[in-house]
Design a protein around this ligand. Sequence first.
Ligand SMILES: NC(=O)c1ccc[n+]([C@@H]2O[C@H](COP(=O)([O-])OP(=O)(O)OC[C@H]3O[C@@H](n4cnc5c(N)ncnc54)[C@H](OP(=O)(O)O)[C@@H]3O)[C@@H](O)[C@H]2O)c1
Length: 298
Amino acid sequence: MTKHRALVTGASGLLGRAIMKDFCASPDWDVLGLAFSRARDGLKKVDLSDKNAVTDVVNDFKPDVIIHSAAERRVDVIEKTPEAAKKVNLDATQFICEAAAGVKAWVLFISTDYVFDGKNPPYKVTDEPNPLNLYAKSKLEGEKITLRVNPDNGVLRVPILYGEIEELSESAVTVLFAKVKDTSCKAPMDAKLLRFPTLVDDLGFVIRKLSERRLEDPAITGIFHWASDEVMTKYDMAMNMAKAFGMSTDHIVPETSSASAANRPENSQLDCSRIEELGICKRTKFSDCIVNILKPFL
Ligand SMILES: NC(=O)c1ccc[n+]([C@@H]2O[C@H](COP(=O)([O-])OP(=O)(O)OC[C@H]3O[C@@H](n4cnc5c(N)ncnc54)[C@H](OP(=O)(O)O)[C@@H]3O)[C@@H](O)[C@H]2O)c1
């Protein structure tokens, strides 16, 4: 049987590593992962803001599917240097989609629940976005580019992610553990913004299944949502981590007015029924996996 070919951008990142793991474990796929500063372990170094480099790698590999996970996603960095977001989130997306069109590859652009303002959840794939910060605006623009270059492409919006990490700061979930384990200092944690922390391994599975369905059915196009169904504030996540390791929780303080919450949606819960109706589903409980993820950082 001929294998399908998947090109994964951002393959060295938090989500990209999980996508690579899932696709590489399947006998049905040949996979090429792209990275930039962390191009190691078989990943190919390509600067996605270099149009010629993008065109060359797409023409050489001739993928059936491109999972475009690479992004500048640090909200605070983008507020200070918006050009960084333009290069990776917009220009690179344009180059990838144009090159994909040339080899008839399907592009799945990974986007964010932050495209919504969080005032009227849960959000259906047909609901109108209203991004509150520059990061979210750039991701919404990336969605539009993806669907403008080829309306048959796909967009997958996902919420806050966590999973196997190289350092605690790699995920907005695991970064909380640095404060949780330092019981000598008060640890204020946001207790207002509602989040649906989603395990990247679950997403790797969902993305592979969605890609396989797309190759069977050309009607798999447009916008999709995927998220965990467990609602938690950062305070809940921190308490859950402390309890999982039998640590004191006395220093963890709920906070309802943090400055960093100002330009973030209060509750951008995603309605995931479009993917569920395809019979695709994988949701791991937070408390079932967080210990193994954090154990190396105790
Ligand atoms: N993390 C979250 O909580 C979250 C939430 C919602 C949506 N998302 C979306 O999910 C996707 C994956 O996020 P993530 O957390 O996995 O991101 P990440 O860990 O920050 O990884 C970013 C990836 O982009 C690559 N990259 C950046 N600039 C590049 C360039 N010029 N050329 C080539 N590659 C470049 C990086 O490569 P190197 O490291 O090798 O340089 C890295 O692999 C993004 O589209 C993000 O917007 C993430």
